[in-house]
Design a protein. Structure first.
Length: 244
């Protein structure tokens, strides 16, 4: 069992479960009349990875039932396959299962390289509202279901008016447009200008599912990139040790 799994918080703790309690646990994935057993190797946010030799028996979109056998008991959930590669499948971690766990961040953020436009700004007292004649472009650095981090180049005027609790009317450009209202919760001077952390205040209902899909897609892609990088690093370390 992994060190992380051993150090997890188990049933009965004040914080609830730690998602790590599922790591390295036996997981049974079933669909229709087919059942396969593997090992759960990753669980964060909306996704869970299960390594199993019969990965090729599952297709994208397959509805499945998953049972995870942990030291804290069974976790049973209805899920669906959202990605796969040789030796493993990625399934959705449904909201009802996520509620049983404690994560450092309620909604994990994923790094992205997208842009947005700032159209208007309201001060923290909600008195004055300024609408820009020309929208100000900003770079989105990371995003989650409940907020994002972004940077704006040096701008003396904006530095004076954007403060914590300021509200911004923006449009996110994510391959599709998401008009929304955000509230500043963090600001920091960087080499690129100013970095801001913001939470979403209003997002059109019609855009919510598209935003979740965008975040899920990027979370899966980021995970696979990191996984391959780690595998390559381990292989090089093993080769180096063998040559010594």
């Amino acid at each position: 069992m992994s060190t992380r799994a051993k150090e997890g918080k188990y049933y009965g703790g004040k914080e609830g479960y730690d998602a790590d309690v599922m790591l390295e646990s036996k997981a049974m994935l079933s669909k229709e009349d087919y059942v396969a057993t593997g090992v759960l190797t990753y669980a964060l946010g909306d996704i869970i990875e299960v390594e199993l030799t019969e990965y090729d028996k599952f297709a994208l979109g397959d509805k499945c039932k998953m049972t995870v056998y942990t030291k804290s008991g069974l976790f049973v959930m209805e899920t669906a396959v959202v990605a796969k590669e040789q030796g493993s499948v990625i399934v959705l971690n449904p909201p009802e299962n996520r509620k049983k766990f404690t994560e450092k961040r309620e909604f994990p953020r994923v790094d992205v390289k997208n842009e947005g436009l700032l159209f208007a700004l309201q001060d923290k007292n909600r008195r004055d509202k300024h609408r820009f004649d020309d929208p100000i472009r900003f770079a989105i650095r990371n995003i989650s279901v409940n907020g994002l981090g972004f940077t704006i180049p040096e701008n003396t005027m904006l530095e004076k008016v954007i403060q914590k609790q300021s509200r911004l009317e923006v449009e996110l450009i994510l391959g599709f447009l998401v008009p929304c209202t955000m509230e500043i919760v963090r600001q920091e001077k960087t080499n690129e200008g100013w970095y801001y952390g913001a939470s979403f205040v209003r997002i059109p209902d019609a855009k919510t599912n598209a935003l979740r899909g965008f975040i899920l897609k990027n979370q899966i892609e980021t995970y696979f990139v990191q996984k391959r990088e780690n595998e390559t690093k381990k292989a090089l370390e093993k080769k180096s040790a063998a040559n010594q």
